[in-house]
Design a protein around this ligand. Structure first.
Ligand code: PMP
Length: 455
């Protein structure tokens, strides 16, 4: 049993002593004391099904015994030297991680967070191309450093300071809320891979969004051209936005034609999350030049990485500068990362993502038929978004108060959901990839009950 300070005492410390800009979920924030696999336990031993996995971070399960064992073993051997000496764990792990990538992506830099990784990727793109300007999508989240505050184009995460010099945004190709999308890509009843499925001539979304990208490159940027283009395979924080089929491939082709490099941010979509593939980008038939990864890579341990080609990595040496990161690739995080990769394989996490994710998508899509307040159900594998609306025809985002009621009700009944999207009206479901069908049924029943209670 929990023996620490009460929930109210902890909340008081948080409000008074921690940064006031901290995001705190729920009217009565939970005091989480323990986790085991897909479950979290609060200070009163109440159990919650964790459908948000610490924002997609817990990949194989909270306190997974295999990962815990690897961490413990390494913690008794060596914690830290910085990379100034060699250590077998970092080299073993680098090889194991690279083995998961397409052959041209063969060089890895270890860092500690997704922001670190994207900062480094931006620097690499600039060093390699000798250009400065980079592009991301409106509605993207790539991190919170001053560099990245510009690349992250959601106002929620931006302060009124100069940030993101040389960053440009193109429209995010959202076939539900954006201006373009055909009948099929908006209204198909059951979609388990909800990119636009329209036949040629039915829908011009892909072409229209491509035209937008072209337009920004042609008219908004310096004539010297683009250094890099950042894209998530499915937008995470932005509300599980999937792009029209073929869009990313065409976008990558255009960026390359203009001399830029293509960066896939796999912080949320990597490590089997989308079910069909280990990396989200594989679902788009694209070959990035740089891949950034964090969150699920360490199952909650601070670990992130940038994987790129030898040629791009080599340009990091050109000005005789060194790239240094005190904790990047420390023995503890490499032991954890390595155990996570083994566990994804041994526990069949990708298969769980595919099977349980598809089941959830199908069941939520059926629920959509019954409840017009569910405007859209989309995603792939265990990366699911449920966009809530006031009115199915106008797609006006559901009022914050009703969203909040549904969310609180689900929590009170033992299910933790995430939220996101431009209007914070998308429920985000991204549980640890050890969830069972029984858990999925429980979650569906709780969600339905929460909808009923809010009508
Ligand atoms: N990229 C994506 C797609 C993310 O979702 C996030 C975090 N939400 C980041 C980068 C930044 O990661 P971190 O918080 O570890 O800096």
């Amino acid at each position: 049993p929990y023996k620490g300070p009460s929930r109210v005492e902890v909340e008081k410390i948080r409000r008074e002593k921690l940064t006031p800009a901290l995001l705190t979920y729920y009217k009565d924030p939970l005091l989480i004391n323990q986790g085991h696999m897909q479950w979290l336990y609060d200070n009163e031993q109440r159990r919650y099904l964790d459908l948000f996995g610490g924002i997609v971070t817990v990949s194989v399960g909270h306190c997974h015994p295999k990962v815990n064992a690897a961490l413990e073993e390494q913690s008794n051997l060596l914690w830290h030297t910085t990379n100034i000496y060699m250590h077998p764990k970092i080299h073993e792990y680098a090889e194991k991680l690279i083995a998961k990538m397409p052959p041209h992506l063969n060089t890895v830099y270890f860092v500690n967070s997704g922001s670190d990784a994207n900062d480094l990727a931006m620097l690499m793109a600039r060093m390699y191309t000798g250009r400065y300007d980079v592009m991301s999508f409106r509605n993207a989240y790539h991190g919170a450093s001053p560099y990245l505050m510009g690349l992250t184009s959601l106002s929620t995460w931006r302060y009124q300071v100069p940030s993101g010099f040389g960053v440009h945004q193109t429209m995010n190709p959202d076939v539900y809320r954006g201006p373009w999308g055909g009948k099929n890509c908006r209204d198909s009843p059951i979609q388990t891979d909800r990119s636009c499925d329209c036949q040629p001539g039915q829908c011009n979304a892909c072409d229209m969004y491509m035209e937008q990208l072209h337009d920004v490159i042609r008219h908004s940027m310096p004539k010297s051209g683009l250094a890099g283009f950042f894209a998530e395979s499915i937008q995470g924080v932005g509300g599980t936005v999937q792009f029209p089929k073929g869009y990313l491939k065409k976008a990558f082709d255009l960026v390359r034609e203009k001399g830029g490099v293509c960066i896939s941010d796999e912080v949320q979509t990597g490590f089997g999350r989308t079910g069909d593939h280990f990396w989200g980008f594989e679902g788009h038939d694209i070959q990035p030049d740089i891949v950034t990864m964090a969150k699920g890579i360490g199952n909650g341990f601070p670990l992130a990485a940038v994987v790129t080609t030898k040629e791009i990595a080599d340009t990091m040496k050109t000005s005789n500068a060194l790239h240094f990161n005190t904790y990047g690739g420390n023995p503890l995080s490499c032991a954890v990362g390595s155990a996570v990769l083994d566990t994804i394989e041994e526990d069949g996490c990708q298969k769980v993502s595919k099977e349980i994710g598809t089941y959830l998508l199908e069941e939520f899509a059926k629920m959509k038929q019954q409840y017009p307040m569910i405007g859209d159900v989309r995603g792939k594998g265990l990366m699911i978004g449920i966009e809530m609306v006031d009115d199915a025809a106008s797609r006006a985002p559901m009022k914050a108060e009703i969203i909040g009621n549904i969310w609180e009700n689900a929590k009170d009944n033992g299910v933790l959901l995430g939220k996101g999207g431009l209007y914070s009206n998308v429920f985000r479901i991204k549980p640890p990839m050890c969830i069972t069908k029984e858990d999925a049924d429980f979650a569906l029943a709780v969600f339905k009950n929460a909808l009923e209670a809010s009508i």
